[in-house]
Write a protein that binds this ligand. Structure first.
Ligand code: TYD
Length: 208
């Protein structure tokens, strides 16, 4: 099943999704006749998301399989809680999420094998559009270098495998009919943001 009006940003760490999400939010706020919208992210800032963040920075020790289950549980709340993604998109809001199922298939696929994340996420609906931020992991790691807190996934070796794995996971999505927009995220913030707006403003919810 596809959730119409639900779009997702995906990419390796340091690919700039969070920065671009803020810019998209600003653009939506400034645009007359833009649809109502809401912006979210995974891991969420709910109780399960907070536990996940604590595990990713090594503060809480959990097995990778447990982390995979937590991501899926956090996602279930994000989707189906009152005022969650499904409800909002269903009433005609444009709902944007920084990361979704593909992140679990890639990251947890690498940390605990593809079977478990595949099973845990198989019943979750697909978004209408995935914007994939593609950038050379060397450049991404250089960008992350300036950040204070790094999580367990933010090493060059892991990010090289993340990029390869995204190529596979997104090819599978494309084959099953989900639209994938690959964004060259190595360019300037302005250029990337222009591309994203072009993709988003062509969605049917804009009346095009
Ligand atoms: P994110 O908040 O996007 O990272 P940051 O704010 O540091 O850019 O995501 C945190 C990490 O969680 C990121 O390394 C990707 C990882 N992640 C998974 O491993 N599986 C998932 O299902 C999701 C949604 C994220």
């Amino acid at each position: 099943m596809v959730i119409r009006n639900f779009i997702v940003f995906e990419g390796g760490d340091g690919s700039g999704t969070s920065t671009q999400l803020k810019l998209l939010e600003r653009k939506l706020a400034e645009t007359p006749h833009a649809p109502p919208y809401s912006i979210g992210f995974e891991p969420t800032d709910g109780p399960i998301g907070l536990l996940i963040r604590s595990a990713l920075c090594g503060k809480t020790k959990l097995r990778p399989e447990t982390v995979a289950r937590l991501f899926a549980a956090d996602r279930g709340e994000h989707l189906y809680a009152a005022d969650g993604v499904v409800e909002r998109a269903g009433r005609g809001e444009l709902v944007v999420s920084d990361r979704y199922v593909p992140s679990s298939l890639v990251y947890q696929g690498l940390s605990c094998g593809s079977d478990l994340p595949g099973k845990l996420n198989e019943d979750y609906p697909r978004p209408e559009l995935i914007l994939y931020f593609d950038v050379d992991p060397r450049e991404a790691i250089r960008r992350i270098g300036g950040r204070e807190t790094k999580d367990e996934f933010e090493t060059l070796d892991f990010q090289l495998r993340v990029r390869e794995c995204y190529a596979q996971v997104l090819a599978d999505y494309a084959a099953s009919g989900t639209r994938i927009a690959k964004i060259d995220a190595s360019r300037s913030v302005e250029e990337v943001s222009r591309d994203i707006w072009r993709e988003v403003s062509e969605l049917p919810i804009f009346g095009g």
